[in-house]
Design a protein around this ligand. Structure first.
Ligand code: BDR
Length: 293
C-alpha cells in the first residue's frame, strides 16, 4: 500500500513539476547591487527549483532606471512570456507597458513597490506605510521630541515613498519638527557626498531616518567619516553585512527588516497559481520588523 502511495505521489510530482516547466516567467527586479535584490533573486530561484518553473531574470543595476525596465518588459511581450513578476521602479511610469502586457494575456505579479492602475493580477510587498509608522514610533522612544532629518530615496518609488509618509505622519502626530528632508537618489557616491554635507550643515540635528538599504548605508558611512565623531539616533531600512556592523558599532540604532527572499518566492508561486487558473489573493502585505542589537 505504502509503495502504491509513493508511486502515485511520484507520478503527481512528475506531472506537477513538468506541467510548470512549459511556462516562461519573466522576473524584472528594480535593481541588483543591493543585498535586498540578491535575496529576492534567491527566493525566485528557490521557487523555480521547487516548482520546475522556467525563469528569465533581467533588470537594471541601478534602481532609478524605469525606462530600462520598460524596454525589458516590451521585449518580454514580444517574446510572448506567460507571466511577468515586476518590482516597478516608478509607480506610474511602468503602467502603460504593464497595461500592454495585460492586453497580451500575460499574467502580472507586482512585488515590493506598488504600481498604479489595475492591470496587474496580484501585489505582494511589505506593508510599507505601516513599516514607516513603526520606525517612527521606535525613533521617538530613542530620540524623544528633538528635531529630525529624513533622508529619502526617490520620489515615485512607491515602497520608500510610503515608508517616508508613515514616518512623517508619526512625527507630525507627536509635534516633532522635521529639520531637513532630502531625496538622495540611487547612486551611492552621490548620496554619501550629500549626507556628509547635511551632517556638516545641520549640526543641531542628531537624529535621522532613512527609508532604504542604500540610504541607510550611505548615512552610516557619512557618520563614520565625520572628523569630529558625534552620536546620532539613526533608524533605517534593510540589513546587509555592513549595516549589521554599523548596528554592532552603535553608528546605527536599528533598521526595519523585510522578507525579500520570501517576496521573490511568493512572486513565482503566485504567477504559477495564476497560470494554473487558480484564484489568488489580489494584495498580500507582509509586516516589517524592527531589528536592533
Ligand atoms: C530597497 O528598495 C526598496 O524598493 C526595497 O523594498 C528595499 O528597501 C532595496 O534597495
Amino acid at each position: 500500500m505504502l509503495k502504491r502511495i509513493r508511486l502515485l505521489y511520484f507520478v503527481y510530482l512528475l506531472f506537477f513539476v513538468s506541467s510548470y516547466s512549459n511556462y516562461k516567467i519573466a522576473v524584472v527586479p528594480k535593481g541588483s547591487i543591493n543585498q535586498f535584490w540578491k535575496s529576492v533573486k534567491t527566493g525566485v530561484y528557490e521557487a523555480a527549483e521547487e516548482y520546475g518553473a522556467n525563469i528569465i531574470y533581467r533588470g537594471p543595476v541601478i534602481e532609478s532606471k524605469y525606462e530600462l525596465q520598460i524596454r525589458i518588459i516590451e521585449k518580454f511581450i514580444r517574446d510572448k512570456v506567460d507571466a511577468i513578476v515586476l518590482a516597478p521602479a516608478h509607480k506610474d511610469m511602468l503602467l502603460p507597458v504593464i497595461k500592454k502586457a495585460h492586453e497580451n494575456g500575460i499574467k502580472i505579479v507586482i512585488i515590493d513597490s506598488e504600481l498604479s492602475g489595475n492591470y496587474h493580477d496580484a501585489f505582494i510587498a511589505t506593508d510599507n506605510y505601516n513599516a514607516g509608522r513603526l520606525a517612527g514610533e521606535e525613533f521617538i522612544k530613542l530620540h524623544g521630541k528633538k528635531k529630525v532629518g529624513i533622508l529619502k530615496e526617490r520620489k515615485g518609488n512607491a515602497s520608500t515613498d510610503q515608508r517616508e509618509q508613515g514616518f512623517e505622519d508619526v512625527l507630525t502626530e507627536n509635534n516633532i519638527e522635521i529639520g531637513v528632508s532630502v531625496y538622495g537618489g540611487t547612486i551611492f557616491r552621490n548620496k554619501l557626498i550629500l549626507f556628509e554635507r547635511i551632517l556638516n550643515d545641520y549640526p543641531d540635528i542628531r537624529g535621522y531616518f532613512t527609508s532604504g538599504e542604500l540610504s541607510t548605508l550611505a548615512l552610516q558611512r557619512a557618520i563614520e567619516n565625520l572628523e569630529n565623531k558625534a552620536d546620532y539616533t539613526v533608524i533605517g531600512f534593510d540589513l546587509n553585512n555592513d549595516i549589521e556592523m554599523g548596528i554592532k558599532n552603535n553608528i546605527i540604532n536599528g533598521v526595519m527588516i523585510q522578507q525579500p527572499k520570501h517576496l521573490g518566492y511568493l512572486g513565482i508561486k503566485t504567477a504559477l497559481e495564476l497560470l494554473d487558473g487558480k484564484e489568488v489573493q489580489k494584495e498580500v502585505l507582509i509586516d516589517a520588523e524592527y531589528f536592533t542589537d
